[in-house]
Design a protein around this ligand. Sequence first.
Ligand code: PBG
Length: 351
Amino acid sequence: MIELNPAHLHRSDLAADAALLRPRRLRRTSSLRRLVRETTLTPADFVAPLFVRHGRNQRIPIRSMPGQFQLSVDQLAEEAKQIAGLGVPAVILFGIPAHKDAVGSDNYDPAGVVPQAIRAIKDAAPELIVISDMCFCEYTDHGHCGVINIPGEMHYHPHLPEGYLLDAPTRELLARASAVHAEAGADVIAPSGMVDGMVAAIRSGLDAAGFEHVAILSYAVKYASGFYGPFREAAESPPAFGDRSQYQMDPANRREAFKEADLDVVEGADMLMVKPALPYLDVLAALRERYPLPIAAYQVSGEYAMLHAAAANGWLDLKRCALESLIAIKRAGADFILTYFAKEAAKWVLE
Ligand code: PBG
């Protein structure tokens, strides 16, 4: 670091000092800029999210997320090969089951949509890392991320409020579903429900079932965000009543992110995630400083949709703004980024 001597900074020396220190010198040509660039993107920085649906021969475009599809299991081999061929090391799977119920049983059915998808991907592209998003909202008929306190339902608890998410039975089902996904071949389980104690429950469930090698990527710091809007159409998972703010974090809170992350680290998380990405770069940077674990950021559906909508109107250059967002997320401290731009961005960064 160049030290400016404050004693020299009186008016008459100011011009001389400024002449010595012209930051523009290193911006003069693209080669110079490349030489001194602090942050770079490579295809290995990206994880591609995939929406996997029941049925056959389905490739259903998601209206609010141009270029994204719900794919049936038979479509995944080709998709997985393409993604791996672009140098993207991992996918994360979201399931859209044929059948939803109060406890989201398709999630822990060995013949459920995601276990089938995991097998299909591992057959087609064995080296591609398969991350299984572990949450119940896509599988429950009420659309919440776990078992809900509803009179007449199996786990009803009269002392707890109606509509309250029940941690204990949810944890049990998360552990069970995680072992099923691991058995199908998942490399990483990514619990995204913000259920207290979820990481510990999943770790012991995996270990007890013989999957000590399967890693946990915890959505440790997940905000109750309006930017998930398009995802709920993509995954067909809007909550039937209320919203998710009883378990997801208040966007106003930063210190609380440390509390969530501390708990997940103690419970055995191998990697942490911050979500959404761009509106929470301060939180991402703070986590990067504080934890030695790999930290992921999720550029969510709304971030993707906004860029596409503006580009479709001719207001923004899609490629430029997408890459600028991704580099900002990496600069703030992400080791890797879950992004719907994964395939395109993998091509762009190699151009
Ligand atoms: C499931 C889940 C959500 C997202 C990822 N996993 C929705 C939510 O929590 O409401 C959002 C991803 C996106 O918006 O791209 N719990």
